[in-house]
Structure formats: C-alpha cells, structure tokens
Design a protein around this ligand. Structure first.
Ligand SMILES: *Cc1c(COP(=O)(O)O)cnc(C)c1O
Length: 393
C-alpha cells in the first residue's frame, strides 16, 4: 500500500515550561503593559530587548506588536516619506510591500535568482531609482551581503533588513540583520520564536532607535528601556516624533525570553530536517535545489525546490497527488495565490513592471514548512513521497 504522511505542516512546538511559568507570573501580577512596573522592577519586555540586542550584537533593540509593524516603523525611522520610492524583493511575503504601502511610499521590485536571493545585477541597475532598500531575506536565503552593502553604500542607499526568516542565521559570521541600518524580525507563530504575534527591531544608530521607540508609543517613558540610546537623543526628538502605537506587552515578552535562549539548539534541529530534504531531493531528476553558499549559516525552517522544466498542469497534478498523501506543498507559480504564495504581480495596489526571469523562477518554485514537530523520519517519508510523485507524472 502507498505510504501516507499524517503530520501537520503548521503545528509548532509547545511554549517551553519556563515561558509558561513566566507568563503566569505576569498574568498574576496584572502588569501586562510594558511600562506598568513597580519601583525597582524591570519588565519582561525591557529584558527581552536587552537579551535580543546582546544575542545579535546590536546596541539598541525595540520589541513591537508584529513583524510588519517593525518594518513600517523602521521605514519611518530611517526617514522614508510619503511618495518616496523603496526598492524591495519581488519574491517575498505580502507584509513587505504592505509595510511600504502603509507609509505612503512606492515599491520598486527587484528580481530573484534561481538560488532564491535578490538579483544583485538587477538591484545594481535599479539603485539610482531610490534612496532606500527594504531587503527581505525571504525563506532564509541570504545573498552576498558584502557585495550588496558595497553597492548600496556607493549609491547612498539605506538598507533596512527584513529578517523574518533569518533570526539565528548569519553571513560570514555576522548575524543576519547586522549589515543594514536597521533590521526587523517577527515572532509570529510560524517564525523562529513564537509569541502568537510580535516583532523586534534592532539598530546601532541612536536616532533611528530613539525615533522607533518614540513612535511605538513610549509616552515619555523611554527611560524604562534598557537597550535604548541615552536621554539626550530623546530630548532632541520627543516633540517632533509622532506616536503610532504598536508596543509589545510583558506577556509575549515572557513567552519569548526562554525561546531566544534555546534558539541555537532549535536552529540545529531545523537544519537536520533541512539536510534530510536537501539530500533526498538533490539527485531527483528535473529538480533544482537552491545552492547555499559556504558563507551563509542558515536556519532551515522551510525547504524550497524548483521544477524549471515542468509545465504548469504537470505541477498541478504533482501537488495534488502529494496532497492526497498528506504532503502539503505551496507553489509560487500557481495562477491564483493560495495562502502566503502571492507574488509581486498579485500586489496590484501599485504599478508593477514584469520581470520575465523572475517569473520563470517563481513559475517552478515549490515551498514547504519544516516545523520542529517533524522528526528526521518524517522528513525522510515526505521526501520519499515527493520523489515517487515526481516520477509518477
Ligand atoms: C511573517 C513575515 C513578515 C511579517 O511578520 P508579521 O509578524 O506576520 O507581521 C515580514 N516578512 C516576511 C518575509 C515574513 O515571512
């Protein structure tokens, strides 16, 4: 009989017991708001910021309500104004162009390579059109960051990093998010740390950090932050920075702190799962698995492969057969986006210019999540089913 996979592609691990205890302590105190502290007390949110800043080696960190909010705040904090153009990835998730739209700016999309990183040649040709690049390390694929930063520096383009899929990753030893002027992370359930909703923003620039803190809704209580610039920076900015509330609360921060501590161990487990998939599909005929550069230390929390020579209806049949056997694949080439598989041409709130090479990559792009509730054996079975169904078509 045909084997079937019975796991759940969206089931994450439980919150660590220590996080549950810390959350209960916050609930029992009643002090959920981050600035609601008693004398001498440092709230969970301020501690989370301090610990995350330390983890990635940043001077300043701000915890906020979501990853998308962190990105919009970062854009405002670096000075993006209504009507400005912002370069960004054609291959990313919808909250990225959405954040650009939310500040009244206009996205200009940059293409994607077969290795699923931003096309640096396309970027180079488009750099003169904008002063900002919102770089999304989509699905954890990190481009040659040294080359990208050199190009952007030369063109005086400020880089904002979207690290929703690279929390815990690095490039040539530099933690992801530490190349640009500011970086944003998400702690939404499907990312690398889970507080339901949540986001983190880091920077070494005191003005960017102070503006972000003031905008997030600090009500002149910025003194209760630890990973924040000194008071004089706030003095200069406090009357000219609007409050656009989007703080994180102590309950979420309490859940996140033990998860951050466990992140290196979780990254190792993700990469074991990723390597099972990579190894099994590397030699499958007609399948292209993106090459990952030696310089990239990635987090394999999802897996991608390309079927460049498959006609669309063949892919439709393949996806359906996998689904019938319990293997839930996402296809970025599907004519109608499903779930998170929207493409740049689905974001019709601004005008777009077609990119034929990017279209070719996305047409054959298959994606799957690898939650940590999967075992190595689960991934072996998933890969076996995928290989069988590729041959069955
Ligand atoms: C999830 C995600 C975001 C936004 O994070 P939210 O916390 O859901 O707002 C941004 N970029 C990418 C690539 C994401 O996957």
């Amino acid at each position: 009989m045909e084997k079937r996979f019975n796991g759940n592609f969206t089931q994450q691990e439980p919150i660590p017991e220590e996080g549950i205890d810390a959350a209960l302590a916050v609930l029992r105190s009643g002090r959920l708001h981050r600035y609601n502290t008693v004398d001498g007390e440092v709230g969970e949110t301020a501690l989370l910021e301090q610990e995350f800043a330390e983890m990635v080696g940043a001077k300043y960190c701000l915890a906020v309500a979501s990853g998308g909010y962190a990105i919009a705040t970062a854009l405002r904090a670096v000075g993006v104004l209504s009507g400005d153009t912002v370069l960004s990835n054609a291959f990313t998730l919808a909250p990225v162009p959405g954040a650009i739209f939310s500040v009244g700016a206009v996205p200009i999309y940059v293409g994607v390579t077969q290795d699923l990183t931003i096309d640096l040649d396309d970027l180079k040709s488009k750099l003169p059109q904008a002063r900002f690049l919102l770089l999304s390390h989509m699905r954890g694929h990190i481009c040659d960051m040294d080359r990208l930063m050199d190009m952007c520096r030369e063109a005086s383009v400020t880089v904002i990093e979207d690290c929703a899929h690279t929390m815990g990753a690095s490039f040539r030893g530099v933690p992801s998010g530490r190349h640009g002027a500011v970086a944003c992370y998400s702690t939404q359930t499907y990312k690398h740390a889970n507080s339901g909703e949540g986001g983190l923003l880091v920077s070494d620039d005191p003005e960017i950090a102070a503006r972000a803190i003031l905008m997030s809704g600090s009500y002149m209580m910025h003194g209760r932050h630890i990973a924040a610039p000194p008071p004089e920076v706030f003095e200069r900015l406090k009357y000219v920075t609007p409050n656009i509330s989007g703080r994180m609360d102590n309950l979420r921060a309490a859940i996140l702190r033990p998860q951050l501590r466990d992140l290196p161990e979780r990254v190792e487990r993700w990469n074991v799962l990723y390597h099972v998939m990579e190894h099994a599909l590397a030699n499958a005929p007609q399948v292209v698995v993106p090459k990952r550069p030696q310089d990239e230390a990635y987090v394999g929390s999802s897996f991608q492969f390309l079927l460049p020579d498959f006609p669309s209806d063949t892919i439709t049949g393949f996806i359906k057969r996998c689904e019938n056997r319990g293997v839930e694949l996402k296809w970025f080439g599907e004519p109608e986006p499903k779930g998170f598989t929207s493409r740049y041409d689905s974001w019709q709130f601004t005008s777009i210019e077609r990119m034929p090479e990017t279209d070719d990559v996305l047409r054959g792009l298959i994606d799957m999540r690898l939650p940590l509730t999967f075992s190595k054996r689960d991934c072996e079975l998933i890969a076996e089913i995928i290989c069988q169904e590729l041959n069955a078509g």
